[in-house]
Write a protein that binds this ligand. Structure first.
Ligand code: GLA
Length: 423
């Protein structure tokens, strides 16, 4: 009897567990929406409209300019790729003028450059921009279509559907994708339609069915927008930090670095904060014309190594200094290392912030090396040493911090001793 119960329990859990084995580290790539939106005017703006040409050119850039080798492998479509109606068989089809060769040919093109293609659909009557939605009766058919085209990822939005449709539809799409012949990573916008918090949002269920999920509002091309997302993620970190891990990630939305709304410092801040949050890195900018400064931030190898750390632990804000408006974030990494971000919310002048690792709750008495992720400079420090970092307004200083020597025999040896919050 006991055995029977545990077999049933195991089966019940396994049917919930994500079976695709994908995205063991946060996904990286390019996503059209923030920069290119629903521009379908190919007549007047052929260079920037949502068309196969745009995705082919982004694929060319990712492959030719060294992005792919750094891990940026997804070329992701968003809304507005579809024709306004399904075809006679009820299938979704791309707009014939903007995608004359069809999605299968686009996927082949992207694959031939060593990249992966992502697509967008919406669980509901319409997509958010008014294109055909995936109602419950179309879920299996659409999953099959995407698999037949060779698509590698689906962003499944939730406009124009109600709570009960979403509760049925998101798990059903997961099953349909898993049942298909082609591995398809699954990005769910479900929590963003329910305030991103329990009890409306069940993160245990989500982690079982989705590789990533949007928790909160859409990013816009502004610093205010970045700050509002960071504020939401920190205000709710007790709830959402622990639900992220290999194969299932919180998604604070796209990187807007390279566009029009962020200064250089703010661009560095978005990259550092997204990295410490173990966030997916989907660049939404024009890779054909990106500036050298944006390029450098997005291509920082140590940053990417931290983002892609195999432990997959999301970081937290560990300190908020109310008087100086300095905040400290920390992400535990493998090999007892940590990423530390000193973030200034100030809008006056560079601020000299003095602290010590002991004040940041590092308990292990050790000698550390701290490598500045942006400048590459390395300094050595002991747990009790005071140090000063100079943080520019709305900017960050980011460290990759690792112990080089224990200074006394630790009571208990484990990877977690060096990290100031329990894993
Ligand atoms: C919603 C999503 C965005 C984008 C648009 C497309 O707003 O949250 O990321 O996909 O729809 O219409």
């Amino acid at each position: 009897m006991k055995l029977a119960v545990s077999v049933i329990l195991a089966l019940a859990t396994s049917s919930l567990a994500l079976e695709n084995g994908l995205m063991r580290t946060p996904p990286m790539g390019w996503l059209a929406w923030e920069r290119f939106r629903c521009n379908v005017d190919c007549k007047n703006d052929p260079h920037n409209c949502i068309s196969e040409k745009l995705f082919m050119e982004m694929a060319d850039s990712l492959a030719a300019d060294g992005w792919r080798e750094l891990g940026y492998v997804y070329v992701n479509m968003d809304d507005c790729w579809m024709a306004k109606e399904r075809n006679a068989e009820g299938q979704l089809i791309p707009d014939p003028e903007r995608f004359p060769r069809g999605i299968k040919a686009l996927a082949d093109y992207v694959h031939s450059r060593g990249l992966k293609l992502g697509i967008y659909a919406d669980l509901g009557n319409y997509t958010c921009s008014g294109y055909p939605g995936t109602t419950l009766d179309h879920i299996e058919q659409d999953a099959l279509t995407f698999a037949q085209w060779g698509v590698d990822m689906l962003k499944f939005d939730g406009c124009y559907s109600d709570t009960s449709t979403q509760a049925k539809g998101y798990p059903r799409m997961a099953q349909a994708l898993n049942a298909s012949s082609h591995p398809i990573a699954y990005s769910c916008s479900w929590p963003a339609y329910h305030g991103g918090l329990p009890p409306e949002v069940n993160y245990t269920l989500l982690a079982g069915i989705c590789n990533l999920w949007r928790n909160y509002d859409d990013i816009q091309d502004s610093w205010d927008s970045v700050l509002s997302i960071v504020d939401w993620f920190t205000a709710n970190q007790e709830v959402i930090q622990s639900v992220a891990g290999p194969g299932h990630w919180n998604d604070p939305d796209m990187l807007i670095i390279g566009n029009f709304g962020l200064s250089y410092e703010q661009s560095q801040s978005q990259m550092a904060l997204w990295t410490v949050l173990a966030a997916p890195l989907f660049i939404s900018t024009d890779l054909r014309t990106i500036s050298e400064k944006a390029w450098e931030i997005l291509k920082n190898k140590l940053m990417i190594k931290i983002n892609q750390d195999p432990l997959g632990i999301q970081g937290r804000r560990i300190l908020q200094e109310n008087s100086s408006h300095i905040e400290v974030f920390l992400r535990p990494l493998s090999h007892s290392a940590s990423a530390v971000v000193f973030f200034s919310r100030r809008t006056d002048v560079p601020y000299r912030y003095t602290t010590s690792l002991a004040q940041l709750n590092f308990t292990q008495n050790a000698l550390y090396e701290a490598q500045d992720v942006y400048t590459g400079k390395i300094r050595s420090l002991k747990t009790s040493d005071n140090f000063t970092v100079v943080i520019n307004p709305t900017g960050v200083v980011m460290w990759y911090l690792y112990p080089t020597m224990h200074l006394e025999q630790p009571k208990q040896q484990s990877d977690t001793n060096f990290h100031p919050f329990a894993l």
